[in-house]
Design a protein around this ligand. Structure first.
Ligand code: DQA
Length: 138
């Protein structure tokens, strides 16, 4: 069975409560249960951290053994050379995901340190962006 992991960055633990007009009103835990039942062919792990170094350590931990990584580095996408370097350094393909269309928002969200090293980028489809990322590993 293909082993995948979803890695979420800062403030994504607040999904459902945080700016629901942008990010929706569902918690990620509830959504993850739905995802797991929609994709029984995958073993899906989940990790969330608000701390940049923890995200880097997790990418290093899984980056040579898993079959795929779905990464929403949230605000660190736009600032973190370290997370970009980690994605570049590992072997497992990374699909970068965003819930919102970052290109229709503030200019500082148009920059990504991850995209140049990602297998692909999916953004703007709400939580369904994660469904689409999982499809890409089928
Ligand atoms: C986000 C977009 C980022 O700009 C923002 O900082 C987030 C969430 C998204 O999924 O739309 O926290 O990554």
């Amino acid at each position: 069975m293909n082993k995948l992991i979803i890695i979420n960055g800062p403030n994504l633990n607040l999904l459902g409560k945080r700016e629901p007009e942008i990010y929706g009103d569902q918690s990620f835990e509830d959504y993850l249960d739905e995802l797991k039942s929609k994709f029984p062919e995958f073993a899906i792990d989940y990790f969330q951290s608000n701390i940049e170094g923890e995200l880097i350590s997790k990418l290093q931990d899984v980056g040579f053994t898993y079959d795929g990584i779905i990464l929403n580095a949230a605000a660190y996408t736009h600032t973190s050379v370290g997370i970009g370097d980690a994605v570049k350094s590992i072997e497992v393909p990374v699909v970068e995901v965003h819930i919102s269309n970052t290109f229709s928002r503030e200019v500082f969200r148009h920059q990504s340190y991850i995209s140049p090293h990602a297998k692909g980028v999916i953004l703007g489809f709400g939580l369904e962006s994660y469904d689409l990322a999982l499809h890409s590993f089928k």
